[in-house]
Design a binder for this molecule. Structure first.
Ligand code: C5P
Length: 218
């Protein structure tokens, strides 16, 4: 495909979603939140009472996801699950099922279908390494776990959820550890990725950095 792709990968709560959607808006590109697909698959598996330890059962659910995208809303069988999939328990379930190769295969074509003119910004764990290896710009976003836990805490509180910062940090560290150490599509920078530690950067400065890299490429 000659439709350009920018990938933004990184650990939990590194700010990928905010950065990727702002860059997409600035360029007038489509946006793929691949984590939302894994989260939706996890929720669908829970709804179907599938055993999360059963790779084939979960992959069967992931292959038949009745998802509809109406940005920024996501609907599962007509039900708006946009907020529901943000819960920590769904993030943890997503992290468990995303380690299954059969689940990753089931979601592969759906992710590729987001690549439409004039361009795509995709965020996740393996966007630059597996799903869009030919991306024109690959960014690997990082920030220390303590910073990420603080951000996630603020975000949850502002959305009216209650949250304990120490639990959040433990959850995100165990999720990252599983994402990094799995055999299939582990979380790691692509060889040709540029690293961006955004812990001391405003969102706007991070957006400007990515746009500057993007302009320098063309
Ligand atoms: O990015 P987000 O936290 O929404 O992703 C939820 C989980 O889905 C991650 O912890 C990770 O295990 C999984 N995921 C993945 N590959 C992606 C995106 C998300 O394995 N491209």
């Amino acid at each position: 495909s000659d439709v350009p792709v920018i990938t933004i990968d990184g650990p939990t709560a590194s700010g990928k979603g905010t950065l990727a959607s702002r860059v997409a808006a600035a360029l007038g590109y489509h946006y793929l939140d691949s984590g939302a697909l894994y989260r939706s698959a996890a929720l669908a598996a829970l709804h179907a009472h599938a055993d999360l330890a059963d790779e084939d059962a979960v992959a069967a659910v992931a292959a038949q996801l009745p998802l509809r995208f109406d940005p920024p809303r996501i609907l599962l069988a007509g039900e708006d699950i946009t907020e529901r999939i943000r819960h920590e328990e769904i993030g943890l379930a997503a992290s468990r099922i995303s380690a299954y190769p059969a689940v990753r295969r089931a979601l592969h074509a759906l992710q590729l279908s987001f690549r439409r003119a004039p361009g795509l910004v995709a965020d996740g764990r393996d966007m630059g390494t597996v799903v869009f290896p030919d991306a024109a710009l690959k960014v690997f976003l990082t920030a220390p776990a303590a910073t990420r836990a603080e951000r996630r805490h603020k975000q949850l509180i502002s959305q009216g959820f209650s949250a304990n910062i120490d639990h959040l940090r433990q959850d995100l560290e165990s999720r990252d550890e599983r994402d990094r150490n799995r055999a299939t599509a582990p979380l790691k920078p692509a060889e040709d990725a540029r690293s961006l530690d955004n812990s001391a950067l405003s969102i706007e400065a991070s957006v400007q950095q990515v746009l500057a890299w993007w302009q320098a490429r063309r």
